[in-house]
Design a protein around this ligand. Structure first.
Ligand SMILES: [Zn+2]
Ligand SMILES: [Zn+2]
Length: 197
């Protein structure tokens, strides 16, 4: 690795060198354990060719944090829930990002085996589906919390900030407190947890 990004701890699951237009992309997938939470990070670094540093390369140099990954998996899960085909364009529209960034992320999710992405088709793996569903459960329980228990306006921006940091124990306790609601204020079904049976 030419440059090591943020985390230098945790367990490395996979390392891949992918030849890119402007040099080799070193990709590293790392699993970090925080209590009962597992966080997966995908880091990619471009080993630049010495002479040419173009703007194009900058696109590849990024650290996608676990929250970013969770957002994508939630979006893909939601598109599937609606019974629609998962397409790059529909993900881009839902997340309000460009199609090239979606493609870039799908490649990473494919390598880390959260989705199977090839020739424009996107399928979720069991692990990817688990995370997407969990995120959706968090979102919808928080919506119910705000509207029915706290009696405040549902604040999606705030929910987006909280939903990535909820341990299962917290989510199930919240679900129990709210009496295991089956629907969010928008009428969407809330995925069941261990507490709901
Ligand atoms: Zn909702
Ligand atoms: Zn429950």
């Amino acid at each position: 690795m030419q440059k090591v990004t943020s985390s230098t701890y945790g367990k490395t699951l996979a390392r891949r060198d992918i030849p890119g237009k402007n040099g080799v992309i070193h990709m590293q997938i790392r699993l970090i354990q925080f209590g009962e939470n597992r966080i997966l990070t995908v880091e990619s670094v471009v080993a630049r060719k010495k002479q040419q540093v173009t703007k194009d390369e900058e696109l590849y140099v990024d650290t996608a944090e676990s929250e970013h990954i969770e957002m994508y998996l939630k979006a893909i899960w939601y598109i599937r829930e609606r019974g629609e085909e998962v397409k790059v364009s529909s993900i881009a529209k839902l997340l309000n990002v460009t199609q090239p960034s979606v493609v870039q992320m799908l490649r990473k999710l494919n390598i880390s085996q959260f989705v199977r992405y090839s020739k424009g088709s996107v399928e979720m793996t069991t692990e990817g589906e688990h995370i997407g569903k969990k995120m959706m459960r968090n979102t919808r329980l928080l919506e119910v919390l705000m509207k029915d228990a706290l009696k405040i306006e549902v604040d999606e921006e705030m929910i987006c900030g909280i939903e990535h940091h909820m341990k299962d124990m917290f989510t199930d306790a919240l679900c129990t407190l709210l009496k295991h609601p089956r629907k969010c204020p928008h009428g969407h079904e809330i995925p069941r947890g261990k507490c709901c049976s």
